[in-house]
Design a protein around this ligand. Sequence first.
Ligand code: ATP
Length: 276
Amino acid sequence: MNAAVSVRGLTKRYGDVTALRGVDLEIRPGEVFAILGPNGAGKTTTVEILEGHRDRDAGTVSVLGVDPRRPTRRWRARTGIVQQAADDMAEVTVREVVRHFATYYPRPRDPDEVIEQVGLAGKADARIPALSGGQRRRLDVALGIVGDPELLFLDEPTTGFDPEARRRFWDLIRGLEGTTVLLTTHYLEEAEALADRVAVIVHGRIVAEGDPRTLGGRASARATVAWADGEVETDTPAATVVELARRYGGEVPRLTVTRPSLEDTYLRLIEERSGP
Ligand SMILES: Nc1ncnc2c1ncn2[C@@H]1O[C@H](COP(=O)(O)OP(=O)(O)OP(=O)(O)O)[C@@H](O)[C@H]1O
């Protein structure tokens, strides 16, 4: 099957600043793909070029088979963008704005169902200025999905969400079966919960890419066995635990066995590649 997104040698400069230095990406249909990277790495620039909102200096880009430099109305209707649009809308209600956005699309989803899905059913008749920050972001998500897009762009979608709203949002994204999702996030836990694949971008270059569970050799990294009186790194954690259990004559107090988290791996990658 053709890639949903295919990017080769993407380069972008802003005056003296080179924001992207030859980015290659391939996103498969139906996949949730997360772009991770420190502030200023080039994530938003990449996403906005793919959305057709910024031009590029070099490289080839295909998004659902179309070069976003030459967007068509039909193509726009097949993509969904979660942006902070709700900020401009004053005295209308949540239901009114979601219904209004639905009219832009040829095959929209049911607006009331979408409102329910993003957890705003209790606020459907509230006016936008009366929403909290997190509720506005949920409305942004509703506006992004009401057109039932094939490809959904989510640029830092859960910034400002409380933990429960974040979990709900994850369930919502997991429920969008068949939709390709391109996500940027600073929450490594979010990437791990949602993404089939992640790419780590540093100074405009992709420095690592793959399944978040195995990124950067995570799965084969040594395990740390820790307990009340000590801690060891080992390739054979099971043997260590058996030995500890024998020593304690049963349960080992405060026993944990861990491998590097996605955040540990990410921070190591960033440190290695950031340099002076
Ligand atoms: N309109 C612009 N004009 C000039 N420089 C820009 C512009 N937009 C972005 N940049 C620069 O390009 C680089 C990449 O920015 P970008 O916004 O893509 O990063 P990001 O990874 O999304 O960062 P963050 O995590 O902070 O959102 C940064 O050095 C930034 O200062």
